[in-house]
Write a protein of this length. Structure first.
Length: 426
């Protein structure tokens, strides 16, 4: 939920609570004022009747004077003085309904020590209708004010938060490889200026760290390549020397294999560093089918030596938008695994449809979880030619382009399934 929406939501809730609370209090206050006036009127009429009874000891006719229902009774004995004011409903036969009244009930004694009872009933239906009209108008007023306040708050808040959203949008387009500044919008709000300052300093530090790391990786890879090439060439020269015993040949062979492995490891780590640093940002439509066909041709001699049969089944060209170099590395690593870890007289099957790119091959059954093979330096065998980076590079490239890759092994059949299409962020 957006901050503006959430703040408007909370404002709406608080406004509704305040509106109902204020409306209820105002309704009760108006009702109290109206009932207070009615009660004062009833007490005044009661006092007038009481005074005249005490003066005359008779029951005067007050119906014409006050216009409500009045009941007065004289008693021959004294009574306890008592007064109460309450609401009641009286049945009206003409309208066949109950009509609300406010009444006062009073008992007292005259000067002649005779008791009397006064009951005065005043209709309050008109007052209730007035109170209902006031409540209706008040509700309409509150609702109108609520809408106006919510709309005003939304428009004001949206205008105030516009620099923030612009800054976030610009920061989201930040390219660590570009030397262009963010060019964040200027604003008169102190907090947003502080945020822009943090964005500027953070992106500047990120770019400096990136450039330093990139320079270090490139220099390290370049400097390592030269001594590795010298070691390999010297090892080749030593192998060609005559009069070497078996022990010396074995040591030189071990040196050569370790150098080759170190060379491959250096190349793999350099490639991983370039992928992480987004060096391969150029994209164009690439056919995975075409790359797979070319890759199988490159391994033709090795497959002939190991007598590996190949089956290619493609119902789709598997066109994807990605970097050409990474596409070749992706497919090459999959094919390389299928060839190098295959068995003599084994098989390789390549299936391509409009969603999946699947490579399955024969091999030695796995003794580890297949998903662990996508971790760096994790190997399923002690093959000295393996550096444990091939499938981790495959996983990294797949993640870069929003693809899904999975590894399964059933008995002695290994299968890697690449879902290159049908993913929402491809």
């Amino acid at each position: 939920m957006k901050l503006l929406t959430k703040s408007t939501y909370y404002f709406l809730l608080l406004s509704i609570v305040a509106m109902f609370t204020g409306g209820a209090l105002l309704y009760l206050t108006i009702k109290k004022v109206i009932y207070k006036q009615i009660d004062e009127s009833l007490i005044t009429e009661k006092t007038i009747i009481e005074d005249q009874i005490r003066q005359t000891d008779t029951i005067p006719d007050f119906e014409a004077s006050f216009g409500h229902q009045i009941e007065v009774k004289l008693l021959n004995s004294r009574v306890h003085s008592f007064q109460t004011i309450q609401d009641t409903d009286i049945y009206d036969a003409k309208t066949d309904s109950f009509i609300p009244f406010r009444y006062i009930f009073y008992t007292g004694n005259s000067l002649e020590k005779k008791g009397f009872i006064i009951s005065i009933y005043q209709m309050i239906s008109e007052k209730d209708e007035l109170l209902g009209d006031i409540s209706l108008y008040m509700s309409f007023l509150f609702f109108s004010l609520l809408l106006i306040s919510i709309l005003s708050n939304y428009l004001i808040a949206r205008n105030l938060w516009r620099p923030f959203y612009e800054s976030v949008k610009i920061a989201g387009r930040f390219d660590i490889q570009s030397d262009k500044p963010l060019d964040l919008p200027q604003t008169d709000i102190k907090e947003f200026n502080q945020l822009n300052s943090v964005f500027d300093s953070m992106t500047s530090k990120m770019r400096n760290d990136y450039l330093n790391l990139k320079e270090f990786s490139e220099n390290a890879a370049h400097e390592i390549q030269t001594p590795l090439a010298i070691i390999r060439s010297k090892a080749d020269l030593l192998i060609q020397q005559k009069h070497l015993n078996k022990e010396s040949l074995s040591l030189i062979k071990s040196i050569n294999e370790a150098t080759t492995r170190l060379f491959k490891l250096n190349q793999g780590l350099l490639l991983i560093s370039k992928i992480e640093n987004q060096i391969f940002h150029e994209k164009r439509p690439i056919s995975l089918k075409k790359i797979a066909e070319d890759g199988l041709d490159n391994y033709k001699e090795i497959m002939l030596l190991k007598k590996i049969t190949v089956e290619m089944e493609a119902t789709d060209d598997a066109m994807v938008e990605m970097n050409e170099v990474l596409a070749e590395v992706l497919i090459s690593n999959l094919l390389s695994n299928a060839v190098r870890f295959n068995i003599d007289r084994g098989f390789i099957k390549c299936h391509i449809d409009n969603m999946f790119f699947i490579i399955s091959n024969s091999g030695i059954p796995l003794t580890t979880n297949p998903e662990n093979l996508f971790r760096r330096f994790h190997k399923a065998s002690d093959n000295p030619q393996s550096v444990g980076l091939g499938l981790s590079i495959v996983k990294m490239i797949a993640d870069t382009y929003g693809m899904q890759v999975s590894y399964t092994c059933i008995d002695a059949t290994h299968e890697i399934k690449l879902r290159y299409r049908g993913i929402s962020n491809i």
